[in-house]
Design a protein around this ligand. Structure first.
Ligand SMILES: Nc1ncnc2c1ncn2[C@@H]1O[C@H](COP(=O)(O)OP(=O)(O)O)[C@@H](O)[C@H]1O
Ligand SMILES: [Mg+2]
Length: 261
């Protein structure tokens, strides 16, 4: 890790993003320190994926700036200081590439410009596949995997990359409870190892287990605090619109949000 523990690994400073007429993010400010998991919670269209893309430098902010380990997104990406697991819909699953090759692409930044994997790269890929429990399927094409297996492959790619900042866009979407549980454990382990992790999730019931802190996003940061604070009925109501019922706030709000999709 290049950052001292007290320094934020990721700084999003007053970022506004416009797509033509749509304001996707408005004056978003966020700091994330090494060793912390921050949940990103909000309805569809609230700007979560845009925030990830902006942090990666794939979308240019209209104003404001992003700093990763003290530098800008383009440089941080070149230095492999940031790893990104995109939302599943953003990936072409018909692309003919095997599990091992996908994970190896995470090592490109570590290889020479001829991109010839060295023993250390193979070791990192093996270790990452092992860590997500995908060793046995290393020879498969990604198109032949289940949704949960695909997620694990992309998480393995991020692990192999060895980046201090990890961005996970809805890693639990379409995965079964067992995989979600395993991924949550893995995310906690990675944070314990010093990674700073921003993770978008719709699973409010699992928020406290997953995160140290969370952001309620609705184009702007509505609340940034401990999971308990995010889950307060009045805060959820601000993000999800409908007044939450008195009982089982978490699951009800989640169901309402899902029903609107
Ligand atoms: N490439 C794009 N061009 C125009 N509008 C976009 C584009 N990507 C996202 N948007 C819009 O920006 C808003 C935020 O979208 P997004 O970041 O995907 O939200 P989320 O990931 O929370 O569902 C939405 O209104 C969406 O329609
Ligand atoms: Mg999204």
């Amino acid at each position: 890790m290049t950052s001292a523990p007290a320094d934020p690994a990721l700084v999003v400073d007053d970022v506004t993003v416009r797509y033509d007429t749509v304001v996707a993010l408005q004056n978003v400010t966020l700091r994330l320190r090494p060793g912390r998991v921050c949940g990103l919670v909000g309805t569809n269209g609230s700007g979560k994926s845009t925030l990830f893309k902006t942090i990666m430098g794939l979308v240019k902010p209209t104003s404001g700036q992003v700093t990763i380990c003290g530098t800008n997104p383009a440089v941080a990406r070149r230095r492999t200081q940031v790893a990104y697991v995109p939302q599943a819909e953003a990936v072409d699953w018909n692309f003919p590439i095997g599990v091992r090759e996908v994970v190896m692409t995470g090592r490109y930044g570590h290889q020479g410009f001829l991109r010839r994997p060295r023993p250390a790269d193979h070791e990192a890929v093996d270790a990452a596949l092992e860590r997500v429990g995908m060793t046995a399927l290393a020879g498969r094409q990604i198109g032949q995997l289940s949704g949960g297996q695909r997620k694990r492959v992309f998480v393995a790619r991020a692990i192999a990359q060895g980046s201090p900042v990890l961005l996970l866009d809805e890693p639990f979407a379409g995965v079964d409870a067992t995989t979600e549980h395993a991924l949550t454990g893995l995310i906690r382990e990675l944070a314990a190892g010093g990674h700073a992790i921003l993770v978008a999730t719709h699973d409010l019931a699992g928020l406290a287990r997953l995160c140290d802190e969370a952001v309620l996003l609705q184009r702007q940061v509505l609340v940034h605090g401990a999971p308990d604070e995010i889950l307060r009925p009045e805060n959820l109501a601000r993000a999800f619109g409908a007044p939450p019922p008195v009982n089982s706030v978490q699951t009800e709000s989640y169901a309402q949000e899902r029903a609107r999709r």
